[in-house]
Design a protein around this ligand. Sequence first.
Ligand code: SAM
Length: 283
Amino acid sequence: MEKNLKTLLIKHGVMLKKAYGQNFLTDDSLLAEIVEKAGVTKDDTVLEIGCGAGALTRELANKAKRVVGYEIDTRLKPVLEETVGEFDNVNIVFNDVMKEKLSDVESGLDNDYIMVANLPYYITTPIIMRFLEHAKGIRRMVIMVQEEVALRLCATHGTADYGAITVGINLRGKASIIKRVPREMFSPPPNVDSAVVRIDIEEGKFEGVDFNAVRSVVRCGFSSRRKMLVNNLMNGFKLSRAQAEQSLESASIPLTARGETLSAQDYVNLTSVLKQVVKNLGE
Ligand code: SAM
């Protein structure tokens, strides 16, 4: 398949662009495994971000009811026409997915859709955060990311990899690494290894919580990792030491805690306490 990819790209005069994160997958069994582990069935609509030469798109088209793909690079139009043009359940939008309104992206998808993507590395975090925070109809994300990012997405609180994005995931669902993928599996190979992460959105998790407010507390919690949470709260929300300590105590959080030692539930508890003390929290 790698040879086919090269032939295809040469035929259409396409030189891959590093700036777009164009590291393509060619191994058919790996592609099949990703789609299988994504749990895609004939009832599912799939959103693929970054179709590339269409290797993953083809595999998805064979398993899903419908695939909506986004691809920024219009030079890949004739390539994709050749690789997935025969499928009438595939629709590719040639645009920068980050420039599309999320509501427009979602209006083209059925509710409960699944995102499956070998994400362009340079916008991995913004894509994940955007869908986690604002997508309404998403049920699952199965995404190839750099291994270092995968470790952050799936980290446990209290570890060095745990960060604001981990809390963001835990507020809406849970993440796990389902496959490690060495760099040699890509064409061309990037400088680092990758991993496929599955994020399952749990409907109703933390129902009724003011997520904007929680997010500002999380941002504050991680604003200076070297400082204790009490200091970050004082600086971030202009609280006196007594107010910050009282808030932590009311949320049953040790006064010596740091941002990375709090679970998503701790952040939710702390937010509800801080809402009594900090005016317009999260607005
Ligand atoms: N899905 C293909 C595969 O697995 O072989 C290609 C994956 S490659 C890592 C990422 C793809 O995302 C590239 O084709 C790149 O052109 C595309 N891309 C990069 N930035 C994008 C953006 N902002 N919107 C849509 N597609 C983008």
